[in-house]
Design a protein around this ligand. Structure first.
Ligand code: FES
Length: 105
């Protein structure tokens, strides 16, 4: 089972199991972690699931869609590492995936 290490806005980290096929957003919400709000429940319409993914883990996920790019373009503080957690589907892997959660409240 893959593990995701969520680096949280308060400076702490939380390492949790996320089943393959679930998104980074779902892994956060299911484990009641702070920072990801997911107002649109994963429909790529709210950007309250903003995370940053470092180069080491970017290849584990599909590239940004046009829809995701459009949302991120209007999001304050987004950069090249920015992704929407609901669009990041976890595949089966035995390495820990690290993401930095941007507080969306
Ligand atoms: S949960 Fe709304 S865009 Fe990801």
């Amino acid at each position: 089972m893959p593990y995701v290490v969520y680096h949280l806005p308060d400076g702490t980290s939380s390492r949790v199991e996320v089943a393959p096929g679930q998104s980074i957003m779902e892994g956060s919400v299911r484990n009641n972690l702070p920072g990801i709000v997911a107002e649109c429940a994963g429909n790529c319409a709210c950007a309250t699931c903003h995370v940053r993914v470092g180069n080491e883990w970017k290849d584990l996920f599909a590239e940004r869609s046009d829809e995701e790019n459009d949302l991120l373009a209007y999001l304050d503080g987004s950069d090249d590492d920015s992704r929407l957690g609901c669009q990041l589907i976890v595949e089966d892997t035995d390495i820990d995936i690290h993401v930095r959660v941007v507080d969306s409240r």
